[in-house]
Design a protein around this ligand. Structure first.
Ligand SMILES: [Zn+2]
Length: 151
C-alpha cells in the first residue's frame, strides 16, 4: 500500500514507496515544474527550551531544525514529506517560509523540472554537533556524493 501526500492542488502528483536510497522515498507520478510546492514539513514543534521534555527514547530520524531554534519532529504528526530522502545532489530544496498565521514553516519545493518516476530528494545538511560525520553514511549515488548526510 502506498501512502499519498495530501493535500495538493489538483491531481495526486507524488507517492511514497520503497526507495533504493533508503527505506521509503517520495516519487513523482508526473512531471513537476521547477519551484513546485511539494508540501510543508509538518510535525510536533519543540522550542529550544522544550528540548528536555522531548521523549529521550525517540529517534532523531525525522527532526528538522529551523533558524529560530524551533525543531519539528515529523515522527509525531508528520506527513509524507518526512519520507523524502537525502541526496548530495538533490532535486528539491527545503526553505523556511512565513505562513499566513505568522509561523515559520519548512516548505519543500522542486529545484528543477522532475520527470515522472524520479525520486524526490533534499540535502539534509545534518548538524551532527561534535559527532563523526562518517557515522551518517550517504548512499545517494550521485556523482558529487560527499559520503555523509552531515554538513
Ligand atoms: Zn551522497
Amino acid at each position: 500500500m502506498n501512502a499519498v501526500l495530501t493535500p495538493l492542488a489538483g491531481a495526486v502528483a507524488v507517492e511514497v514507496r520503497p526507495s533504493t536510497i533508503h527505506g521509503e522515498g517520495v516519487f513523482a507520478l508526473r512531471s513537476l515544474p521547477p519551484g513546485w510546492r511539494v508540501g510543508v514539513y509538518e510535525g510536533r514543534r519543540y522550542g529550544p527550551e522544550e528540548l528536555r521534555e522531548r521523549p529521550p527514547e525517540r529517534e532523531m530520524t525525522y527532526v528538522f531544525g529551523l533558524s529560530d531554534g524551533t525543531l519539528i519532529d515529523a515522527a509525531d504528526g508528520g506527513n509524507a514529506t518526512r519520507h523524502i530522502n537525502h541526496s548530495c545532489e538533490p532535486n528539491c530544496q527545503a526553505n523556511e517560509e512565513m505562513a499566513d498565521d505568522g509561523e515559520l514553516d519548512i516548505v519543500i519545493r522542486t529545484k528543477r523540472r522532475i520527470r515522472a518516476g524520479e525520486e524526490l530528494s533534499i540535502d539534509y545538511r545534518l548538524d551532527v554537533g561534535g559527532d563523526d560525520p562518517a557515522r551518517y553514511v550517504c548512499r545517494c549515488g550521485s556523482a558529487r556524493c560527499r559520503g555523509t548526510m552531515a554538513l
